[in-house]
Design a protein around this ligand. Sequence first.
Ligand code: HSE
Length: 311
Amino acid sequence: MGDRTGIKVFAPASVANLGVGYDILGLCLNDIGDEIIVRKGKKPGLHIKTIYKNKSLSKDIKKNTAGYAAYRLLESLNLTEEPIEIDLFKNMSIGTGLGSSAASAVAGVFGVNSFLGSPYTKAEILRFATEGEQVADGSFHADNVAPSLLGGIILIRDNESLDWTKLPTPRGLLACVIYPKVQVLTSESRAILSENVSLDSVIAQTGNLATFVAGLFKSDFDLIKKSMTDHIIEPQRAHLIPHFAEMKKQALACDALGFSISGAGPSMFALCNNTIIAENIAEKAQQLYSDQGIECECFISEINPQGAIKY
Ligand code: HSE
């Protein structure tokens, strides 16, 4: 078991949905994410000592995604009285659409599991991470936590069993991420979605989803490109993101494989098969949003194969 020196872990940002896989597809990004230090505490139980870079998050274990994910793991091991202290480095802003609350939940549970000498595998802590993220928006889906924890591109068969499959990442696949700094609340972005979907849309969407997965398995960028049209969710959410249609048009004109909303927004992503295309899209995005007086951050990421890591 770890001591007062503690251990440090990192959990990355992620892109959920990937256009055609609402709540069931996600990919892991490089470089940006949240960090946690876990050390032996001075009093019984799990405590959040410090949250760096965000003063608004609760330190109450049951109201904090990192705390609650770790708490659920401790409960399952009958170790809730174990003196454990965590510091959260909340590097990611909240409400970006890049899996910020998921990254915290993953860091919390992965950090405490590592501190305890890894009694569980990563796959075994996925449920605790998903329960942790649920604290943030009330819904139970693993399309951000699974890629953040496990790395790569993850397909969730269903969000009860949390059966998951890591899909192959074609060599050279990149994500260009565009984050216009406007607020889109995940809860609202979910609440506006219609419960009813036409049969035609379901047929079109399932055809695209299955073909997208086939494209990944075959490393066939043409198949991926043909299949990245979301017939169900994007049309209902696009109006939440300023200049979405124009941005998408520009990204596709730059030869993106596909372009859609990252998670619940406001971030967007383009999948690309070379760096020049990704850089062109980032440049167009900077220009478009700066012309509109909207602050915007862009970055280009390979698909992170590892997910959460202990330093
Ligand atoms: N699949 C989720 C959504 C991701 O689109 O609402 C954000 O939590």
